[in-house]
Design a protein around this ligand. Structure first.
Ligand code: HEM
Length: 189
């Protein structure tokens, strides 16, 4: 069996899953299960990688919030370093990646079961070969809806920018405070 290259932390899993007894948890390998109930090696690796991505990003996002919290507490201001601003700018995307990775952890981690101990995925999956057609139709519908949303939002943004009579803070979702009250313009109409 391949040796794990992990860093051993004795008793740590027990503390997480069974705090009452620091040594009770026994981590079982794939070979502890009958062959037809084992996930494949690639499924196992997928879960491991997805877990690392989810928890890694979760930890990064937590540290980012802590950074913000501490600076806010002492200075009542946003942290100014570019590193903070860069990570903050992509934190929304990172959260979605963490969420998808979490979903992979549960879905792939359940394999080969669809309902653990009751029904396997192969018994639940449809034998209907026509599902590709409905899949493609749904894919097409979502592609049209997605492209339309982006076009409409870009069009709205362009129209607001072209309307020079409006100051920045007078548009929907503009800054709450006028950027420079000296150049403020009255709305048209
Ligand atoms: C230190 C950070 C994190 C830890 C320790 C953690 C832990 C877990 C655990 C134990 C599970 C259940 C796995 C199972 O079903 O056996 C899970 C699932 C999940 N996690 Fe995380 N997580 C973390 C961060 C995050 C973050 C930051 C997000 C999203 C922004 C996220 C989204 C999800 C999602 C969507 C699921 C699947 C839920 C489901 O389908 O039932 N996780 N996580």
């Amino acid at each position: 069996m391949a040796r794990s290259r992990g860093i051993p932390i004795p008793g740590f899993a027990s503390i997480l899953s069974d705090p009452s007894d620091g040594t009770a948890t026994v981590i079982q390998g794939r070979d502890a299960f009958p062959e037809d109930e084992q996930p494949t090696i690639s499924e196992t690796n997928t879960v491991h990688l997805a877990w690392d991505v989810m928890v890694g990003l979760g930890t990064l996002l937590f540290l980012l919030s802590a950074w913000f919290g501490i600076v806010w507490l002492f200075r009542r201001d946003l942290p100014k370093p570019k590193l903070f601003l860069r990570i903050a700018a992509i934190s929304g995307i990172l959260s979605v990646i963490a969420m998808e990775a979490g979903w992979v952890v549960t879905e792939v981690g359940r394999q080969p079961w669809i309902v653990f101990g009751e029904m396997k995925v192969e018994d639940a999956a449809t034998a209907n070969t026509g599902v590709w057609m409905t899949f493609l139709v749904i894919l097409g519908v979502y592609a049209v809806v997605g492209v339309t949303t982006v076009l409409v939002l870009r069009g709205m943004a362009r129209r607001w920018r072209e309307n020079e009579a409006l100051a920045e803070h007078q548009v929907p979702y503009g800054p709450r405070e006028p950027v420079d009250s000296g150049t403020e313009k009255e709305p048209v109409g």
